[in-house]
Design a protein around this ligand. Structure first.
Ligand code: GLP
Length: 264
């Protein structure tokens, strides 16, 4: 694992955008796994800024989003479809047909639908770079505590903590989704490279558990310890409970001096 400590949200967003832009430049037909959530907003804004400078081309890029609320239509302002259109896709030259987000309006055979989402990822050649945020309880995607660490895309019931966290985005009195379709931990583990972002004090405990705690289905982000190419990008507040912060800082300094691919 590589742990990059950034002073604040703006620096974290720039660093994440640099890595995504680098992935698109080195492979114009890269398959990106994308995430939603406020933590990713700065990164998307920065990628759009780089794109407008003229150095990025998304016309051959394919994307697969991690998750979507169940029962929320794509034009609902809190849907992840809406989030992606407003905050990213509408601002770059990506082909809409190359973007994939689980369908929150699916009814009937969920298993068959989720299997077809997995199939689409496989047919595209798998995900090259997966972006993740982290929930307060340490979830990635909507893989809540006790999710199988081998799970695939499926329907998940959200914890009351996650429902509460999501409530602030909805209009008071509006029905808050209690379920979502999410890539599984096994799906995420199949990505060739993973970038996970965390910002703010509210994420500090989840980040400490994910990086330095035991691998456990109770904190599904801890499963990333098993992946060979994971980069955590976290700001000072989110890093505040890490025990080995000084060491991560030294690795960053040495890596810059050696001008080498950072150790994982
Ligand atoms: C939701 C999403 C996650 C995201 C998390 C954190 O639970 N399913 O993918 O990482 O929110 O969101 P935020 O960045 O807004 O804190």
């Amino acid at each position: 694992m590589l742990v990059l400590l950034e002073p604040d949200f703006a620096a974290l967003s720039r660093q994440a955008a640099r890595i995504v832009a680098g992935a698109v430049r080195s492979n114009p037909s890269v398959n990106l796994g994308l995430a939603t959530g406020s933590t990713t907003l700065g990164m998307y804004a920065e990628i759009i800024r780089i794109y407008r400078e003229g150095s990025l081309d998304f016309s051959d890029v394919t994307t697969f989003n991690l998750d979507e609320y169940l029962g929320i239509a794509p034009d609902h302002p809190q849907s992840f479809h809406f989030f992606m259109r407003e905050n990213f896709f509408h601002h770059i030259n990506i082909q809409p047909a190359r973007t994939h987000i689980p369908d929150g309006m699916i009814t009937g055979d969920y298993e068959e639908y989720c299997a077809s989402y997995e199939q689409e990822i496989r047919e595209a050649g798998g995900i090259d770079l997966q972006i993740l945020g982290i929930g307060r309880n340490g979830h990635i995607g909507f893989n809540e505590p006790a999710s199988s660490l081998a799970s695939r895309t499926r329907l998940k019931v959200l914890t009351s903590e996650t429902i509460e966290d999501n409530r602030k985005a909805f209009i008071p009195g509006e029905k808050i989704p209690e379920c979502a379709i999410t890539m599984g931990i096994g799906t995420i583990q199949d990505a060739r490279r993973i970038l996970i972002l965390a910002s703010g004090e509210t994420k500090a405990e989840a980040v400490a558990q994910a990086i330095e705690g035991p691998i456990t289905a109770s904190v599904t982000a801890s499963s990333l310890q098993l992946h060979p190419d994971v980069t955590f990008i976290i700001d000072e507040q989110a890093a505040s409970r890490l025990k080995h912060k000084q060491y991560y800082r030294r690795v960053m300094e040495m890596t810059a001096l050696l001008d080498e691919k950072p150790q994982r």
